[in-house]
Design a protein around this ligand. Structure first.
Ligand code: NOJ
Length: 565
């Protein structure tokens, strides 16, 4: 491994600052709260933190709408707090990567305030402005990703529309403009010079738009087409990223991970093949799409294990030896993984959470843990839409109501898929406000915090947290896990997730049962000649098997990893 490839050995912990730890009791998590928890993070064993945006923002999209890329939002603290955090994290052997959200800014950014004034000032072309069609309507039929209607908004002063793929308060930046690109690079340098260790690049597959802004011909009944149609993996995205690499990233020993919405694996390789000098890895979405229904992401469909495996195995096989994967089950935009892919009933919550962690951690790539996953935090089901904070949930509620769906049906989709499932405050203990704060937090707590919390988990006989610790420890520097070839087993098996990793003749066999019943696993013939040593198990370390050990009987949500020799 190249020494600059330290991120291949990393385990990343994602912090959603608003909901991690509130140090000043205003109900909002903050930088000093993160500082308090560095010993906790060090003990867990993670060595990189990814912070969701902490920059100045009106918080329409919880900080992804940035009004000043050089300032820390008041609610999170000061620049000095940030510098202290960085130093203390580094002293603890933990690196920090920041979110770089430059597909769009906030309408409150000074660039936009100037840009909307006229067509001929310094910032006029920092955003994507288009004339109306002859009948005055929007330039094309793209709809906003957040479901609020058209992706275009008319501004009287300029007599033009601007593009916003997300909220109307998030105008897309115009990457065609070299001045804008240089502003972005300068800002990256500002943070890198402070000593940060890399970036998670938000919505990066959407920064280059097809310049003829074509209508999406597959527009739905409401007339809106997909915003992804002319914006995903656009014509100049790789040119821009190569320029970013040359001008900025090549000068620093950092880690980069790009959020690559709507990017099939062949296109993903273009972002993450080392010789192309763009990014280290991308977040792929194929496995997040396995339970999409007729309304896309908002659905109550249950996934099929074979679909999940197909999606994840494809990435493992396709990037094997030529690129690098990021490994994740969830993040701040997704439901909690134990509720979505496991079983959050009290009987199986811990088993299924640890099983899922196991089958993820042994794949090739850099694992990402989202805050609270290490104690098996679950989805929340607030009774009323009024308790939800996420702009997307509100837009969807309105859209579905206008379509005539009942409150119950809409709420069931929101319960399953709302991004707020991941955004409820971190559950540290069973005191009031879960040890997150001493006052009512900005978003309600998940009422199960009195049972599910860090303190309880760490004090229990079966601690998910301790299990994560073991997985992290096992992975570190392990060549088979880092560099081994990946081989899928039994794609069609509807209960068991299984694969091998092999490096220089050494093999690990990984098994995880997605069933709440006992299920059989026939060890593949080519693996039967090996002796097996059990190296990871989420049960008691005993194995149930037949006499010649050719069949294993996996208990509900059992995870087993064998070293074969
Ligand atoms: C992707 C981020 O992960 C998400 O939280 C955000 O809403 C969108 N980008 C738009 O900024």
């Amino acid at each position: 491994m190249n020494k600059n490839d330290w991120w291949k050995d990393a385990v990343v912990y994602q912090i959603y600052p608003q909901s991690f730890k509130d140090s000043n009791n205003d109900g909002i998590g903050d930088i000093n709260g993160i500082r308090e928890k560095i010993p906790y993070l060090k003990d867990l064993g993670v060595n990189v933190l990814w912070l969701n945006p902490i920059y100045e923002s009106p918080m329409v999209d919880n900080g992804y709408d940035i009004s000043d890329y050089y300032k820390i939002a008041d609610c999170y603290g000061t620049m000095e707090d940030f510098e202290n955090l960085l130093k203390e994290a580094h002293d603890a052997g933990i690196k920090i990567i920041m979110d770089l959200a430059v597909c769009a800014s906030s309408i409150e950014h000074k660039w936009f305030k100037e840009s909307k004034k006229s067509r001929d000032n310094k910032y006029s072309d920092y955003y994507i402005w288009k004339d109306p069609k002859e009948d005055g309507s929007a330039p094309n039929n793209w709809g906003s990703i957040f479901g609020s209607g058209s992706a275009w908004e008319y501004v009287e002063e300029r007599g033009q529309y601007y593009l916003h793929l997300f909220a109307v308060e998030q105008p897309d930046l115009n990457w065609e403009n070299p001045d804008l690109r240089n502003e972005v690079y300068e800002n990256m340098e500002f943070w890198l010079k402070k000593g940060i260790d890399g970036f998670r690049l938000d919505s990066i597959s959407l920064i280059s738009k097809k310049q003829d802004f074509p209508d999406d011909p597959t527009a739905g009944e409401n007339g809106y087409g997909s915003p992804y149609f002319g914006a995903s993996n656009g014509p100049r995205v790789h040119e821009f990223l190569q320029e970013m690499y040359e001008k900025v990233l090549s000068k620093y020993d950092v880690m980069t991970v790009g959020e690559a919405t709507r990017t099939p694996v062949d296109k993903a390789l273009l972002y993450c093949q080392p010789e192309r000098k763009e990014l280290n890895m991308v977040f792929q979405f194929d496995h997040m799409h396995v339970d999409y229904g007729k309304f896309g992401r908002y659905s109550d469909l249950k996934f099929k294990l074979s679909d999940l495996k197909e999606a994840m195995f494809l990435w493992q096989k396709s990037l094997n030896g030529v690129g690098w994967n990021s490994l994740y089950w969830d993040n701040h935009d997704q439901p909690r993984f134990v509720s979505r892919f496991g079983n959050d009933d009290s009987k199986y919550r811990k088993l299924s959470a640890t099983m899922l962690a196991t089958v993820l951690f042994f794949q090739q790539g850099t694992p990402f843990i989202y805050q609270g996953d290490e104690i098996g935090m679950t989805n929340v089901a607030f009774d009323s839409i009024d308790s939800y904070k996420d702009i997307e949930a509100h837009n969807m509620y309105l859209k579905f109501s206008n379509m005539g769906l009942s409150n119950d049906e809409i709420m069931s989709y929101i319960h399953n898929k709302s991004r707020d499932n991941a955004r409820t405050p971190m559950q540290w203990n069973s005191n009031s406000f879960a040890g997150f704060s001493c006052v009512d937090p900005w978003i309600e707590l998940n009422p199960n915090y009195s049972k599910i919390n860090v303190e309880n988990d760490m004090n229990s006989d079966f601690s998910i947290h301790d299990y994560y610790k073991k997985l992290i420890k096992y992975r570190k520097g392990n060549e088979i896990v880092r560099d081994g070839d990946f081989k899928e087993i039994g794609l069609e098996d509807s209960d068991i997730f299984s694969y091998t990793r092999t490096y220089k003749g050494k093999t690990l066999l990984v098994l995880g049962s997605f069933s709440d019943k006992k299920v059989c696993y026939n060890v593949p013939n080519n693996l039967q000649k090996f002796k097996r040593e059990l190296v990871v198990s989420n049960y008691d370390g005993n194995i149930e098997q037949n006499k010649d050990a050719s069949t294993l009987y996996l208990r509900p949500y059992e995870a087993l990893v064998f070293y074969m020799y």
